[in-house]
Design a protein around this ligand. Structure first.
Ligand code: DAK
Length: 270
């Protein structure tokens, strides 16, 4: 699927040609405005909505999000477009952008951001809607909005605090400074730095995750995300319910039978 500003393709989970067709799919979503460092404009927000519809329909085992070219994941919201926004247009952009990012964050498939260059402003906020963030050697992250005399508007004040803690998030958002890949890892913003191509590492990680029971993987995600605002007792109660739900799946029977029979499990996502 090649939209104007976002491209979507699928790869089989298994690289063994005999198993490829039945192994499920990994979706690769590429932000595609390389000349503008993949800056997020209204068209891209609309295209991301279409891609999310396609992902809902395809139910891939994992999703990898990356940027076209080798300079940027996304250098933020499109400043050249925003400069002429009316208050009404800005509010519409905000509402739609936040809706899309919430949809991405709550996709049932695990999501990995492969950050290949700048992830600034809205780009960093987009990456933070993914479950895991892998940083390329040339990755840099930041919330520089205060330099433009605005604040993060795609969830940065909320998600950065949850990723790195209040004090570090405040320092990053108040100075607007950019951090390189290694510091992003030290802060807990990124999981690791890839010495080679970050997209390849993201696909490898996606394949490792996708080899597990897909329903269980998505329940792990739900157990973590949906209990964010709960205290530990309520969170544990939710975990117990989701654990119980796993026992209603064919994959749970298959996973445990395969262990007992000393053979690889064949999960179907049912
Ligand atoms: N928007 C539009 N174009 C951008 C861009 C951006 N954010 N970032 C880069 N570009 C364009 C440049 O204008 C240039 O285009 P041409 O001049 O060649 O036509 C091209 O990409 C290459 O960029 P540079 O020539 O600047 O490349 P450099 O290597 O010199 O510098 C840079 C790279 C990433 C350091 C620099 O481009 C830069 O500082 N870019 C802006 C980074 C930034 O400030 N990002 C945060 C944007 S604010 C909202 C929700 C969210 C947001 C806003 C509202 N609502 C809820 C309403 C989010 C806000 C932001 O993200």
């Amino acid at each position: 699927m090649e939209l104007q500003t976002v491209h979507l393709r699928f790869e089989p989970v298994s690289q063994d040609p005999e198993e490829a067709a039945s192994s499920g799919q990994i979706a690769v979503v590429e932000l595609h405005r390389p000349k503008a460092l993949n800056a997020i404009n209204r068209q891209m927000v609309a295209d991301l909505a279409s891609v999310l519809d396609a992902l809902d329909a395809a139910a891939p085992r994992a999703v990898v999000l990356t940027g076209a070219g080798n300079r940027a994941f996304a250098a933020g919201a499109d400043i050249k477009e925003m400069v002429s926004y009316s208050a009404v247009q800005a509010a519409a952009f905000a509402r739609e952008g936040q809706r899309i990012l919430a949809r991405l964050e709550t996709l049932s498939a695990p999501t990995i951001a492969a950050v290949n260059g700048f992830a600034l402003g809205g780009g960093c906020e987009l990456a933070m809607c993914c479950d895991l963030i892998l940083a390329g050697a040339n990755a840099s992250f930041g919330q520089p909005e205060v330099k433009l005399a605005v604040i993060p508007g795609f969830g940065g004040t909320q998600r950065l605090v949850r990723r790195v803690g209040r004090q570090r998030a405040l320092e990053l958002m108040m100075t607007g400074r950019t951090v390189k890949a290694s510091e992003a890892v030290a802060l807990g913003l990124a999981l690791s730095v890839s010495e080679e191509a970050v997209l390849d590492d993201a696909l490898k990680l996606a394949r490792r995750i996708a080899a597990n029971g897909p329903v269980a993987v998505s329940m792990v995600k739900r157990a973590v995300h949906e209990t964010d605002r709960l205290d530990i007792d309520a969170g544990l109660a939710a975990e117990a319910s989701l654990f119980g739900l796993c026992f209603a799946t064919a994959d749970q029977e298959e996973g445990m039978a395969a262990f007992v029979e000393r053979r690889p499990a064949r999960f179907t996502g049912a």
